[in-house]
Design a protein around this ligand. Structure first.
Ligand SMILES: C[S@@+](CC[C@H](N)C(=O)[O-])C[C@H]1O[C@@H](n2cnc3c(N)ncnc32)[C@H](O)[C@@H]1O
Length: 304
């Protein structure tokens, strides 16, 4: 049920036809799944606690047509969703980012609508329900400015007002706003999935130095940063390097390793945790290989 991005195909196969962004406790997703048992639904949620709660709900309720991605909806859309495959995208009560200086954090911006158009099927639609009038207007302006959508604003369907946040705001007597953004055109940029590299590494010769210390190192690359946080000795010989990666719509903590193998010293990504070998991993491995070259080791072969 939970997508492990290091191990699944991009895009997912079979392709989801429905995406729910920020499903929270998953009650709307579960209702949708029961209403359309033949549809495959992908839910994307950044909160780990919400993901755990929702998965417990789906298991308890015997829901079998939902897959869950823990992370940014934009990452899911770009990498897990096939071009022109989505019939519906649901966004219920997105974080409104009410302050003007935080508006760039809003999800439903022009850039998002442009990218979404490449993953929506012909006539596919995004349905927004919110209590935040300013965000509702903002989203309409952004979608119209993209030139790729028609916009309608009917009253919210009653079953959209049964989410956890809908019930909370109902109690406070707030008003609700709804919009349907229907695709009428497509952005020419196909927004391809992130490139992936099979286990980026180098084979090196020479003796691993005994590191007295390892300074925290920030590696910048196009699209993000990798931070090699610390090194730890591996037994009987070698090192692990705890590395934090922050790149387009994706945050990962991975282990790099330098350890003897049958073919020489292996310096590269460790399999631990089923990581996704992204451009950021490649940049971090390239930095580590350069660091060890600086310590007198020689590259026999590069695979990155
Ligand atoms: C206000 S809550 C609404 C939750 C639920 N839809 C409801 O109506 O009860 C917004 C949710 O969106 C999630 N979220 C915010 N930004 C996100 C993003 N970029 N991708 C996926 N989830 C996101 C938050 O973690 C949170 O659970």
């Amino acid at each position: 049920m939970l997508v492990r991005v290091g191990e699944c195909p991009f895009p997912l196969d079979p392709a989801p036809e429905v995406l729910e962004v920020g499903f929270g406790d998953g009650r709307f997703t579960a209702a949708l799944a029961r209403l359309h048992p033949q549809r495959r639904i992908l839910g994307a949620e950044v909160s780990a606690a919400s993901v755990a709660r929702a998965i417990r709900r789906f298991r308890r309720e015997g829901i079998a047509n939902v897959v869950v991605y823990h992370g940014q909806a934009t990452f899911a859309l770009r990498n897990l969703v096939a071009p022109r495959s989505l019939k519906q995208v649901y966004v219920n009560f997105p974080d409104p980012w009410p302050k003007a200086k935080h508006q760039e954090n809003r999800l439903l911006r022009r850039e998002f609508f442009r990218r979404l158009s490449t993953r929506l099927a012909e006539g596919g639609e995004l349905l927004l329900t919110t209590d935040h009038e300013a965000y509702w207007r903002f989203a309409q302006d952004e979608a119209l400015a993209s030139g790729l959508y028609t916009v309608e604003t009917p009253p919210p369907p009653p079953h959209h007002l049964t989410t956890k946040y809908a019930l909370k705001w109902k109690e406070q007597g707030r008003s609700f706003y709804h919009a349907v953004f229907r695709k009428k055109g497509e952005d020419p940029d196909p927004w391809p999935p992130l490139p992936r590299y099979p286990m980026p590494h180098a084979l090196m010769s020479g003796k691993l130095p005994l590191l007295e210390s390892f300074p925290k190192t920030v590696v910048r690359f196009e699209g993000g940063t990798a931070v090699l946080l610390e090194a730890a000795r591996a037994l009987p010989e070698g090192y692990y390097f705890l590395t934090h990666l922050d790149e387009e719509d994706l945050v990962q903590d991975v282990l790099l390793e330098a350890r003897p193998s049958a073919h020489g010293l292996y310096v590269g990504l460790a399999r631990f945790g089923a990581p996704l070998a992204t451009p950021g991993v490649k940049a971090a491995v390239a930095w580590l290989v350069g660091f060890l070259e600086g310590q007198g080791l020689k590259v026999i072969q590069r695979s990155y």
